[in-house]
Every structure is written in C-alpha cells, then in structure tokens.
Design a protein around this ligand. Structure first.
Ligand code: AMP
Ligand code: DBH
Length: 538
C-alpha cells in the first residue's frame, strides 16, 4: 500500500508545535475527554433522536469493535458515504477509534466517483447508510465490490442485507487498539478538482483540530452553542468552519438537518434554539427570501456563515435585516487555508471581503504569472502554506507537481486581491472548474465523459453566470453523425455513474470550435472564447 502521510519539514513542524497550534490531540482522545467532562450534555440531535456525549462515545467504541470483528484492520482506509443522520458520527468516530482512516464521499457521489476514491486510497472498506433520499446505497456497494474487489468489507447503518451491520452494542471480546499519533493522517477529504478527477487530501489530527479550535474562537462557539448542519456533513465547510467537529470539540450541540431548505431547517432552528450555521450563497438567498413569511422563530440564530462560492455584496448587505443575525463570510478549501470576516469587523469589511486567514502563521502570497508578489489591492494568484494547509495530495505525483511550489506553497487556483489587514477579496480563479452553488465541477472530468458518447466529436464545458446558482455548466458539443438532443445527452450522462450536480445544466451544439490563425488554442482559451461568445449572444 502507498503510505498515507502528510509531512511538513521539521522546522515548520517544530514551529507549529512551539506556537501551541499542534497539541498532540487526536479525534478519539478529545471525544473521550468531552464524554468524561460532560457525559449527559447533548452531542447530536437528529429528528427525535438525541445522543449525549456519553452515548456518542459508547456508540463509537461499539462501531470500532464491530469493524475489527468484521476483519478491517487499523490503518485501513474506508470510504464513508452517509448523509445527515446520527450514524455519520458513530461510524466516523468508530473508525478513528479503531485506527482506520475515513475518506469522506458525498451522498451525491455515484459509482464512477466512489470507485475512483476506493482505488486511489486503496480502500478496504465502505461504510454507508442503507437508503437515503430514495437512493439505495447497498446497490452502490454491490457495484463497487464488482468493480474494486479490494473493498472487502461493507458496513451498513440500517438494514444491512448481505453486508455487515454497523455495530451499536460493544462486543467486549474485541480489544480496541491504542490511540494513533496526532501527527498521523486522521482522514481523507476530497478536492472539488480543477483538473480531472477529485484529488485525495490527507489531513492530520494535529492540523485539523487546530483549524477547528481556532475557528471556534473566531466564530464564537462555546459549550452553549447549537450548530445546525444544513449542508452535507461530509463537506469540509460544515465539518470544520467551525463545523460539527468544532462544535463537538467545544462540547456543544450538533443538530442535523436532512436538507438545507428553509422547510426543513427553520423548524429545527426554532425547536433546538440553533445559534450558528453555515450555508452556500444560493441557500443563504433562499433563507432570506423565506424568512419574512415563516411562522418559525429564528431569533436564536446569532451567526450565519456564508462561503463555498462568492457572496455578492448586494445580497450580503441584506443578511442582518432579513435574518437578524451576524453574517460571517468564510473563504476556505479542503486543502487547508480558511479565511473569515471577524464578528466585530466593520460592516463594510463583512459585506465586501471574504475575510482574513485564521492563523498568524498562515503565509498568504498574492503573485503574478511569474510568481512575483503584486502590490496590495491588485489581483493575483493566491498561494499559501501554514499550520493546517497540506503539503501534498495522496498518490498523485502529477497533481502535486502542478499544485505545489518547490518551497511547499499550495497554489489555490484562486485569484484574489489583498487589502490592508490581510483581508482577501475573491476575484475569480485561474483553473477551469465550475463553482455550481459551492459544488466544484472539473471541466476536464465532464468533457472526458462526453467524449465517450458516440455522437460527440468534441466537447468543452464552460461556466456561465447564473442568477441563482452563481454559475451553471454549459456543454458546447460538436456532433458527429447524428445530432444528439440536449435532454438525451443529459440522460446519457446520468448513466455514467456520476453525481447529479455534474450533469451539464445546458447543452449547446456548435459546428466547430473556431481556432486561431496559428490553428492552436489551449483548452483554457477555447473555454474562455466559447463563454465570451455565448454571453455576447444573450
Ligand atoms: P475545494 O478545494 O473543493 O475545497 O474548494 C475550495 C474552493 O472554493 C476555493 O479554492 C475557492 O475557489 C472556492 N471558495 C470557497 N469559499 C469561497 C468564498 N467565500 N468565495 C469565493 N470562492 C470560495
Ligand atoms: O468551499 C470550501 O471547500 C470551503 C468553504 C468554506 C471550505 O472547505 C471551508 C469553508 O472550510
């Protein structure tokens, strides 16, 4: 197996430890500690179910023993695909306790993506809920085992069918292993992916818990906070900014919403007296539209984090009047660096910027094409390194060569302006992905699918500004032979085993992709030209 590591040069590791960022804590150790300190406090609320810290710990230990009994071993990588139900937490903290490494898939992912994750991570296990939102994940498990037989173990929360049920009672005959090291990789997040397939992001206990602890401070999370998980729990944003992990770290309460819609979330805010939550911009807009007419009392809400995609100042300005809470903009990435506006920042800063970095040791560079720093206030490429930003993806030399400088800076692909005080304004991006309501879609990945269609000669995927989604995806297709219909092409894309949000929103047939006089044009230029021509025609 390719070793799973995240390595900072010694001098950096020493500095981050000396500064008190990396404290030698692990996920398992902090949960054990909270359960000892406040066993009766409510950790997780889902529907009518309420788990105390004591119960969450007991369930995590039961799950851990169950994995070991089923034949999984410490160090095994395990793909986890569970939506917003309480078992997400017993399953994941169980893996931590057993020394296994979860890889967080989203509920929307399908066989093509799940098989890619399993192969890249060399996963031995797959943990799912039986059915969610009308989809049967056991079917996906069967498909996965047929395609990637190395995934020997499937564990199911709910009706297990032929698979192993997620253990809920502790099997005392199974000894649990000693805790892992805090510098070990705790889990694998996935990148939205700007080129090709999603990359694997290994995060350590030390680095991630630092970002969550510091986020708690910045977002005002205390043991009395109630955090609503409205976005999918596996997303890095609702996990770490300050997210459910920050919330559990604080010993506070996590409330799970089955959907981010106002219909699902507003009654929960009222009933559980939710104090803080996080949304992507289109959902924030939806909440603001629904709030004036809701019968539900939203007055407990103190902080609304908005991030994942650019929040326009015109909408940002209306958050407090509409929802009665403080807006906190957050610009983050699963690779590490997270920026927040501070709760006590001037209104102008909160509305017009995407915040500043968490840590005094986050190194943020804004550079031109040649890598030279640009003057303050000028747009440039954002590069970063720091105490919770990775130094490399797992098992992907090509991506690492592209995405990291020789001195370890991560090339975020974002174009930003830096204002006095280190505040960043996101201007755009260098890479060709579509940021569709916070979900990142790689143009290349979708083009590769389209090229497999018998009546597609060539394809280019382009982001088009969209009033609601921020951006939507448009596929420009040069047909060959028969002219495929847009609807039929979309239906065909759905058979490719990919997440629904990746299916092009729009299909435009063209005769050719005009090329320059030199006859040579990069994909990037081509996409830019198609976008410009399309928008001109509107
Ligand atoms: P990922 O690498 O998939 O975790 O996605 C992170 C990317 O989302 C960033 O590099 C940005 O491109 C984008 N992003 C996140 N938050 C914001 C924000 N507040 N404003 C603009 N873009 C954002
Ligand atoms: O988009 C993201 O990945 C993101 C946005 C806000 C993120 O990872 C985060 C905050 O931590």
């Amino acid at each position: 197996m390719i070793p799973l590591r995240q390595h900072w040069p010694q001098e950096f590791a020493d500095r981050y430890r000396a500064a008190g960022y990396w404290r030698g804590e692990t996920f398992s150790a902090f949960l054990r500690q909270r359960a000892a300190e406040r066993p009766q406090a409510t950790a997780i609320v889902q529907g009518e179910r309420r788990w105390s810290y004591g119960e969450l710990l007991a369930r995590a230990e039961a799950a851990a023993a169950g994995y070991l009994k089923a034949g999984l071993r410490p160090g095994d990588r395990v793909v986890v695909q569970i939506g917003n139900v309480a078992e997400f937490f017993s399953a994941v903290f169980g893996l931590f306790r057993a020394g296994m490494i979860p890889l967080y898939a989203l509920p929307a992912h399908r066989i093509t993506e799940i098989a890619h994750f399993a192969r890249r991570a060399e996963a031995a296990g797959y943990v799912i809920a039986d059915r969610q939102d009308g989809f049967d994940y056991r079917d996906l498990a069967r498909a996965l085992q047929a395609e990637v037989p190395a995934v020997k173990h499937v564990v199911v929360a709910g009706e297990a069918a032929e698979f192993t049920p997620l253990a809920t009672e502790r099997d005392g005959s199974v000894a649990l292993p000693p805790d892992v090291a805090s510098s070990d990789v705790a889990f694998i997040q996935i990148s939205g992916g700007s080129t090709g397939l999603s990359k694997l992001i290994p995060r350590t206990h030390d680095d991630y818990l630092y970002s969550c602890r510091a986020s708690n401070e910045i977002c005002g999370v205390t043991p009395d906070s109630v955090f609503l998980v409205a976005l999918p729990a596996a997303h890095n944003f609702p996990m770490s900014s300050p997210g459910h992990i920050g919330t559990l770290y604080a010993g506070a309460t996590v409330v799970l919403s089955p959907s981010p819609s106002p219909d699902a979330a507003f009654p929960l805010i009222e009933r559980e007296r939710v104090t803080i939550t996080g949304l992507v911009p289109p959902l924030a807009l939806l909440w603001m539209q629904a709030a004036p007419d809701t019968p539900h009392d939203l007055s407990s809400l103190e902080v609304l984090l908005v991030g994942g995609a650019k929040f326009t100042p015109e909408v940002a300005r209306r958050v407090r009047p509409a929802l009665g809470c403080t807006l906190q903009q957050v610009f983050g990435m699963a690779e590490g660096l997270v920026n927040y506006t501070r709760l006590d920042d001037a209104e102008d800063t909160i509305i017009n910027t995407q915040g500043r970095a968490i840590s005094p040791d986050d190194e943020v560079l804004v550079v031109d094409d040649l890598g030279n720093p640009v003057p303050e206030g000028e747009p440039g490429y954002l590069l970063t390194r720091g105490p919770y930003t990775i130094r490399g993806y797992h098992n992907d030399d090509a991506a690492n060569a592209r995405s990291f400088t020789s001195d370890g800076f991560y090339r975020t692909g974002d174009i930003v302006r830096r204002l006095p005080g280190g505040y960043l304004v996101v201007q755009g991006r260098a890479g060709d992905h579509i940021n569709r309501a916070g979900e990142k879609i790689s143009a290349e990945e979708i083009e590769d699918h389209l090229l497999a269609h018998p009546h597609v000669f060539d394809a280019a995927i382009v982001s088009i500004p969209d009033e609601f989604l921020g951006e939507r995806s448009c596929a420009f297709i040069i047909p060959q032979g028969e002219r495929p219909k847009g609807a039929a092409l979309k239906a065909w894309m759905r058979t490719r085993g990919i997440a629904e949000y990746k299916v092009p929103d729009q299909v435009v047939l063209v005769e050719s992709f005009a090329t320059t006089a030199a006859g040579k044009v990069s994909r990037k230029e081509l996409r830019a030209r198609l976008r410009a021509e399309f928008l001109e025609r509107q």
